[in-house]
Design a protein around this ligand. Structure first.
Ligand SMILES: [Fe+2]
Length: 195
C-alpha cells in the first residue's frame, strides 16, 4: 500500500510544545507506565492515593508508514520521580532497521540506548545536542532536570515499535536519584534481552 504524501510545512510551536499539523498525539500517565518502572511499588503507592500524573506526551507528524519517508515530532517529559527513578519514556526497539535522531530543545535529559546483547550506553542531552540512535539499539529518554525535558525526534516511517520487549525484560540500566545525586545503576528487575 503506497500513500501519496504532499509536500508539507509543519510548525514547531515551542510555547505549546506541539507540532502543527500533527497526525498523532499521545499522553502517557503513570498508570500506563507502571509496568516499565524499576520501582512498581512506588508507582502503586502514588496511584493508590488517587493520583495518576502525566509522565510524558508527544505530538508526531507521520502521514504514512511507507518506507523512505520520515516521521518526526516533539516529546515532552515532565520532571519528577517514581520512587528513586526519574520520569522517563517506556522505551522501545524498532521492529525494522532504522536509526533515530533526538535533538534536545529544552531541559536536561539522558538518552539510554541498549543493543540486543544488553550493552547499555547513555548520552546526556542539553539544548542543542543531538543524540543518534544507531540501527538495532533500543532507546529510552529520561528527564533528569527540574523542568520539562523537550526534544525533537525523527525516524523512518516504517521502523515500527516494539514496546513489549522492554515491558517484559526491561533495560539493563536505570537512572535514579540517590542521596541527591544522579546515579546510573544496574536494573534489579532486568531479565535480559537475548533469547
Ligand atoms: Fe524510536
Amino acid at each position: 500500500m503506497s500513500a501519496i504524501i504532499e509536500p508539507t510545512k509543519v510548525i514547531l510551536d515551542f510555547k505549546k510544545i506541539i507540532v502543527k499539523p500533527y497526525t498523532r498525539k499521545k499522553q502517557v500517565k503513570l498508570s500506563e507506565l507502571k509496568d516499565y518502572c524499576a520501582y512498581p511499588e512506588a508507582a502503586e503507592k502514588i496511584l493508590s492515593e488517587g493520583r495518576d500524573p502525566i509522565i510524558y506526551e508527544y505530538y508526531e507528524y507521520g502521514p504514512t508508514e511507507t518506507s523512505g519517508n520520515i516521521n518526526f515530532g516533539l516529546t515532552v517529559i515532565y520532571p519528577g520521580k517514581i520512587g528513586k527513578e526519574y520520569y522517563m519514556t517506556k522505551g522501545h526497539f524498532h521492529e525494522k532497521d532504522g536509526a533515530e535522531l533526538y535533538l534536545c530543545l529544552k531541559g536536561r535529559g539522558i538518552l539510554l540506548m541498549q543493543n540486543k546483547e544488553g550493552k547499555a550506553v547513555t548520552i546526556e542531552l542539553e539544548p542543542g545536542s543531538i543524540g543518534y540512535v544507531p540501527v538495532g539499539w533500543g532507546h529510552r529518554t529520561i528527564n533528569i532536570g527540574r523542568g520539562k525535558f523537550v526534544f525533537f525526534f525523527a525516524y523512518p516511517s516504517d521502523a515500527g515499535h516494539d514496546y513489549m520487549i522492554v515491558k517484559e525484560k526491561g533495560f539493563s540500566k536505570i537512572v535514579i536519584e540517590e542521596g541527591k545525586s544522579l546515579k546510573i545503576i544496574d536494573n534489579p528487575r532486568y531479565r535480559g534481552t537475548s533469547d
